[in-house]
Unconditional design. Structure first.
Length: 217
């Protein structure tokens, strides 16, 4: 369906909101952009993003609600299947270790109850990651730099490593899948892990055609 033309002012508002959503290092406050404050223009922003394979996301951090954008689930799956935007194995391993140390483990111990990946602590460090026998300093430092450049990691107080704002761009489904991946890594033999693997195997199976077969007279 073709979009009704906007006034010059409304078009400028939409373009400003889109630029902020796609480039902001964190959440975009809705009150700062007219195209995010009003339902009609926000719907236009949503359609424009969808045309690019992106989705408008509402997120909360530090008790403040805001907007960001991320890849639509279907598009993200297609890109991953084609090997586009995939982290190298070492970078993935480092990111997982940081998430386990800063989000999953503290949450399991009741240190915080945050449902967001951007927990404020406790952080970790390259030195702590180096304690893992599978990493060397020569591997860790470049991997950490690459993850920081992608904004998947950030530095907190005293240069502590923490999850980065790019994780806010995950959709709910993508975030849930990441949590499940952590379960598979840390508790591979648990009932929950077995249920996850079974469900994913069933989803990966080819679905039977829904086209009705002809019935012979």
């Amino acid at each position: 369906m073709n979009e009704a033309p906007l006034s010059e002012l409304d078009e400028a508002h939409v373009q400003s909101a889109l630029a902020a959503l796609e480039t902001a290092d964190g959440l975009v406050p809705g009150e700062a952009f007219p195209a995010l404050r009003t339902d009609a223009l926000r719907a236009v922003v949503t359609r424009r993003l969808a045309g690019l394979g992106r989705a408008l996301l509402i997120r909360e951090h530090h008790g403040i609600s805001g907007f960001t954008s991320g890849y639509d689930d279907t598009v993200a799956e297609r890109l991953a299947a084609e090997g586009i935007g995939i982290l190298p194995p070492l970078d993935r391993a480092v990111l997982v270790m940081v998430l386990l140390r800063t989000v999953a483990a503290p949450r399991a111990r009741g240190i915080h109850e945050s449902a967001t990946w951007l927990a404020e602590g406790p952080g970790t460090s390259v030195e702590e990651l180096y304690a893992n026998p599978y990493f060397t300093y020569e591997q860790l430092r470049p991997a950490v730099r690459r993850l920081k450049a992608r904004r998947l990691l950030r530095e907190g107080f005293h240069r502590a490593l923490l999850p980065g704002p790019a994780l806010l761009r995950l959709t709910d489904a993508q975030s849930a899948q990441l949590w499940e991946d952590l379960v598979l890594v840390t508790q591979p033999d648990s009932m929950y892990a077995r249920a996850i693997r079974q469900r994913r195997q069933e989803q990966a199976r080819p679905q039977p055609s829904s086209t009705p077969r002809e019935i012979a007279p």
